[in-house]
Design a protein around this ligand. Structure first.
Ligand code: DQQ
Length: 570
């Protein structure tokens, strides 16, 4: 179907849509507060996206609603009225996060957390009122709610965010609910014959000490040898699968995941990288990306995840803007060939928004003379401007390579946290092999820029690649008004063999980067005051003393998606 145009200048929300930090192709509701993605699914030709929402204002309100938008392509969105409001004794204090499950016979249901009259967290069931409504606008909450009560010994506010349910060989449904006991994070496992009566297993599916509450658990199978997605409920898969358990750790505000095997006989999960408590724990994204939730897309046989990209400025800014919260661009995810981590990549539908393209190959960025201290780029050295596209709304793919890395600097062995490495070796500190990468949302005088860059070190006779996002110069605003953090991740590649590739989606106030074909991802939320709209620039750069070859660069202007189509216009 063709999508009609969204709100125009006569619309009351038009002024909001023209603000400089509104995104062009990252999902946002027309106004007010949004946080976690909830209950995504594809049903009868339509993608549904629900989200934690305060429909009355731009600040978090514990009495959450479920916002609801639908789409035919995951790019353009039709805005609907909230699907759930806190109205019943079992959710009167808030309809919190939850997940969709499509039952055999093609019937969707929703399981979500309610905060009841006594502010206890309980799990509730809801079904669409009218399956023939293509947008499933109205939902009926089950009269028997809550379907899962707070377990004994668990604090009333430590029990939430049910996963998509899955069916096992015994024909029974399973689901997980996030929780904690003292500082031990827990994924409780339940089973049910009918999705209404649930019984908890004595032993959780998995738990880990010193991780705090596990919010928004996400649990799904991945093929060991394919980029395609697997339905959560696959029974007797035709090929080998592993299972991913993702948990959102609020104490660290990051989404961690494990890859492992599910043992149905023992009803527990055996992770292969159980190091959630360590700095080396795997994360979906090393920047701002929280409460992610994935779903299986049967149309293109893929698994897609999205996450809340939270603001970093103040409540006063949210009020002035009239909104807060952005969603990450939908990402396909699958298991890397090495079976040790996931790969993530923006869904291909982004190409429907592509405008002008610029490209080049084999461009050398010469090494710069050695300088003392930080690089003050008054002479604009080491830069190559990428012109001819809208630099504030773009998709950029660039690959770098070196001939010989023998002279790489030794990495101080005491530096094990990549975030601290990035803070020490920031974007304007010269090295040998790096920093090199992109300067996104840069002002003409370079006083504002978000650098996404790499450095190559040697450690124990091997090469180590560090990927960083330096937000210390993203905005001229004061620290209190803007996040000046450095984000960092190791990139698991061999820079002698592999090119170092970077893909970055730039969208006014969000910079979402994928290193090494999606091995390490870093999302930044930034508020430039000069590098806005047409005044934003984009550069490839190298401030290292060694030359680097850009083997290939392709960049596209990305047109605005229609994010707030009113249903009456469809
Ligand atoms: N947000 C929801 C909770 C969830 C948290 C409340 C994660 O259900 O645990 O808005 O951001």
């Amino acid at each position: 179907m063709s999508i009609p145009s969204s709100s125009t200048s006569e619309s009351p929300i038009a002024a909001v849509l023209e603000q400089p930090y509104r995104t062009g192709f990252h999902f946002q509701p027309p106004q007010n507060w949004m946080n976690d993605p909830n209950g995504q699914m594809w049903y009868n030709g339509v993608y549904h996206f629900f989200y934690q929402h305060n429909p009355f204002g731009p600040l978090f309100d514990i009495r959450m609603h479920w916002g609801h938008s639908v789409s035919y392509d995951l790019i353009n969105w039709i805005h609907l009225d909230p699907a759930f409001a806190p109205t019943e004794p079992f959710d009167i204090n808030g309809c919190w996060s939850g997940s969709a499950t499509i039952l055999p016979g093609n019937k969707p249901i929703m399981l979500y957390t309610g905060r009841d009259t006594q502010e206890r967290q309980v799990q509730n069931l809801a079904v669409p009122k009218d399956l023939s409504d293509p947008y499933l606008k109205e939902w009926v909450k089950d009269a028997g709610n809550p379907v899962i009560n707070l377990p004994e010994g668990i604090q009333s506010d430590d029990f939430r965010d049910p996963t998509t349910a899955w069916i096992e060989e015994d024909g029974k449904w399973r689901l997980l609910v996030g929780s904690k006991r003292d500082r031990t994070g827990i994924a409780f496992l339940y089973h049910s014959d009918d999705l209404v009566n649930w019984v908890k297993y004595d032993t959780p599916l998995h738990q880990a000490p010193e991780t705090g509450i596990w919010e928004c658990p996400d649990y799904f199978p991945v093929w060991v040898d394919s980029t395609m997605g697997v339905d959560t409920s696959v029974v007797n898969p035709s090929k080998e699968v592993k299972h991913v358990l993702k948990v959102s750790l609020i104490d660290r505000f990051h989404d961690y995941y494990m890859i492992g095997k599910y043992s149905p006989e023992e009803e527990h999960y055996v992770p292969e990288n159980d190091d959630l408590t360590q700095i080396s724990g795997l994360r979906l994204d090393y920047g701002r990306f929280y409460a992610s939730k994935s779903f299986f897309d049967p149309v293109k046989i893929r698994r897609i995840t999205m996450a809340w990209v939270h603001e970093t400025d103040s409540d006063a800014d949210f009020i002035a803007r009239g909104w807060a919260g952005v969603q990450s661009f939908p990402r396909s995810l699958w298991l890397d060939k090495n079976q040790k981590q996931l790969l993530q990549w923006p869904i291909e539908e982004i190409e429907t928004l592509y405008g002008n393209q610029v490209s080049f190959q084999n461009k050398k960025l010469e090494g710069l003379r050695e300088i003392e201290g930080s690089f003050q780029n008054k002479k604009r050295e080491g830069l190559h401007e990428i012109e001819g596209i809208t630099a504030s709304q773009a998709d950029v793919k660039i690959s770098f390579k070196f001939d010989n890395l023998e002279e790489a600097e030794e990495l101080d062995p005491s530096l094990v946290d990549p975030k601290l490495i990035c803070a020490k070796y920031h974007a304007t500190k010269q090295g040998k092999f790096g920093p090199f990468g992109l300067l996104a949302l840069a002002s003409n005088d370079l006083t504002e820029q978000t650098a996404i860059y790499f450095r190559i070190f040697k450690k124990n006779g091997r090469y180590v690649v560090v990927m960083c996002s330096d937000q210390s110069q993203s905005s001229k605003k004061e620290k209190e008004e803007s996040d000046k953090t450095f984000y960092g991740a190791f990139l698991d590649i061999d820079p002698q063999q592999d090119e170092i590739s970077l893909r970055t989606l730039i969208d006014h106030s969000i910079v979402e980067s994928f290193g090494g074909g999606g091995k390490s991802c870093i999302t930044s939320r930034v508020y430039p005051s000069l590098a806005i709209g047409k005044d934003a620039k984009l550069f490839a750069f190298n401030y290292g003393t060694k030359s680097v070859m850009i083997s290939e660069m392709n960049a596209w202007s990305v047109k605005s998606a229609q994010m707030s189509i009113e249903e009456s216009n469809v």
